[in-house]
Design a protein around this ligand. Structure first.
Ligand SMILES: [Zn+2]
Length: 202
């Protein structure tokens, strides 16, 4: 069995990726249900028996055969319990800071290629600022050199969004470094960040 299955928690937030074997084990044990969507983006959940029924009419290639049954491979499951799989933390890396900030300079709001971006310390390091999710933002080279080692108030440059640790999504490598090899189309509804809120309220 190959393929990756997106795992949602009970609040339907993505928390993990698992393989198909693990997804079926969780389904079989009653710890998870399959999430299926139709063309109108309505979502349905299926327990093991209901998924077996649903699979009967399925004519696609991505199926798993057992001795007596044929199952459609799920692409998303939702957990019935909170603690069945550990929550992934996003590893703090330069690349993941760029992902979090959508490759957008947090000072001028423009979008850039990774090579045109820097990591900026909101509170400069020489003023006690730490290298953490809460104190670094993605910045273009020009904004980065303009801000230099000034405090936001001194430079009158404030990040567009308050920096914080991102919630895990398959686009990030997790603490284990596990990252989705591909992003299934059906996952998008659950993993796209909410539309960028640009609030410059300071
Ligand atoms: Zn900029």
């Amino acid at each position: 069995m190959t393929g990756q299955v997106l795992v949602l928690n009970r609040l339907w937030q993505p928390i993990h990726i698992c393989d198909v074997r693990r997804a079926f084990a969780l389904l079989f044990l009653g710890h998870a249900q399959v999430v299926r969507s139709d063309e109108e983006s309505n979502y349905y959940t299926h327990d093991f028996d209901s998924w077996m029924e649903e699979s009967k009419g399925y004519r696609g290639q991505d199926v798993i055969r057992t001795v007596s049954h044929c199952f459609r491979v799920p692409s998303i499951i939702v957990l019935n319990l909170f603690d069945r799989l550990p929550k992934q933390e996003v590893k703090f890396t330069r690349q993941n800071v760029f992902e979090r900030d959508s490759y957008t300079c947090q000072y001028c709001g423009n979008h850039f290629e990774p090579r045109q971006l820097n990591i900026d310390h909101v509170i400069p390091r020489d003023k006690g600022g730490k290298t953490t999710w809460e104190n670094v933002v993605c910045s273009c080279i020009s904004c980065n050199s303009r801000k230099a080692n000034y405090l936001p108030a001194e430079a009158n440059m404030f990040p567009i969004r308050e920096p914080k640790a991102p919630r895990w999504r398959p686009l990030f490598g997790g603490a284990s470094g596990k990252k989705a090899g591909r992003v299934d189309e059906s996952w998008r509804h659950f993993i796209e960040p909410s539309p960028t809120k640009v609030s410059v309220s300071r």
